[in-house]
Design a binder for this molecule. Structure first.
Ligand code: ATP
Length: 365
């Protein structure tokens, strides 16, 4: 990480992977907002490192995830990944791990952190929801990532499908620590979500290990819930929850539910993190239906970049990066509240108009 001998970590070095579809519009928007926020709090610039990924990389390098991109990422502090439209890739790439999946696996980005909080002025089913889903990202039933070699889903005959779910103590411990540490900075409450009445060995282990880790955080209240009950609770009283920690598939499903309850796809931010690397990635896809038309909502990507700054602030012990993240969140909220919103939220603003409005407000507190 940067020039080590003086203890100065140097400027953050952040990879810029625009991806496909609206990634070409929303990733540069997020970069420009980060640049503005750092300038607004008088911090040195980020060193951006553009790297090929997705369909452009297929045209130039014959693969959506070039090895030299992965090698370059290892040298960086963090990166922003735009969405990929892997369904449009030619065979055999369509069948392979997506670029995002390949990066998550290569760098063991075990924590997928997805906040769900309604933006003031955006019509939401749950306008008072303010929670974070901490999703275990490396095992469970997700066949593309839960095996050292091969995939965890197979077919012994054309009429039989089998899937292997993996839950290990080590993975439960580290994701539990992530959730409890996060709760300490918030309202100090963690809900462990499982299905231990049916999947008692696997999700029962998840529940028990998370509860065990909770004993190291006496200032945090813990409870647990079955995933099916949790879906109903989120709809009925989502505002009661603070941090929800859960295994991979439950987290995938619940975070989409919470994202939709608290706003829309265009506003749902996320990061994927290990102890040493972080990747900002909007929760939505490449939206090919609107790409290239300056209509995409860059909010999710911009808010994901703000989360990336928060994460860097913590690992680099540079609280000013967190102040820059706060500036970004405040500017997005004020922009949206002023009625400058993109078409997905019922407005008239283009991607660039929205972004310019956020940038102007970053400087104006
Ligand atoms: P994936 O499987 O990669 O998530 P998908 O096709 O399920 O992709 P999206 O690409 O996210 O889903 O698109 C779903 C719908 O939401 C589309 O109509 C798209 O235009 C819209 N959408 C997604 N993201 C945005 C955004 N940032 N701004 C505006 N509309 C968006």
């Amino acid at each position: 990480m940067g020039s080590g001998s003086t203890g100065d970590p140097g400027n953050p070095r952040v990879g810029l992977l625009v991806g496909d579809g609206i990634g070409r519009e929303i990733v540069p928007a997020a970069r420009d907002v980060v640049d503005a926020a750092l300038a607004a709090v008088a911090l040195p610039e980020v060193d951006w490192v553009p790297l090929p990924i997705g369909s452009d990389a297929i045209s130039t390098y014959g693969t959506p995830t070039p090895e030299h991109t992965l090698v370059a990422l290892a040298d960086l502090d963090a990166w922003i990944l735009g969405p990929h439209d892997s369904a449009s890739y030619p065979d055999p790439f369509r069948q392979q791990l997506t670029p995002g999946g390949a990066i998550r696996k290569r760098f063991d980005l075990y924590a997928n952190i997805r906040p769900a909080r309604a933006l003031p002025g955006v019509r939401a089913v749950s306008p008072h929801m303010d929670l974070v889903i901490v999703r275990e990202n490396t095992e469970g039933f997700y066949a593309d990532r839960n095996m050292f070699a091969g995939v965890g889903e197979f077919m012994p005959t054309p009429d039989v499908g089998l899937a292997v779910g993996v839950v290990t103590r080590a993975a439960c411990e580290r994701i539990a620590h992530t959730a409890f540490r996060l709760a300490q900075q918030r309202r100090k409450r963690v809900t462990v979500v499982h299905k231990a009445n049916v999947l008692s060995i696997t999700t029962g282990l998840f529940r028990d290990v998370c509860r065990e880790m909770g004993r190291h955080y006496p200032d945090v209240d813990v409870d647990d819930a079955h995933v099916d009950a949790m879906a109903a609770h989120l709809v009925r009283r989502g505002e009661d929850y603070d941090v929800i920690v859960t295994e991979n598939m439950f987290g995938d499903i619940l975070s989409d539910l919470a994202g939709e309850l608290s706003g829309s796809l265009g506003t749902a931010a996320s990061i994927n993190a290990s102890d040493t690397k972080v990747m900002a990635q909007a929760a939505h896809g490449a939206a090919p239906d609107i790409s290239g038309r300056n209509r995409a909502n860059p909010t999710a990507m911009i808010m994901s970049a703000a989360m990336l700054l928060d994460w860097l602030a913590a690992v680099r012990h540079e609280p000013a990066l967190g102040t820059a993240a706060e500036r970004i969140r405040g500017a997005v909220e004020r922009t949206v509240a002023s009625g400058v919103v993109t078409a997905d939220l019922g407005g008239l603003a283009s991607t660039s108009e929205f972004t310019e409005s956020v940038i102007a407000r970053v400087f104006r507190r």
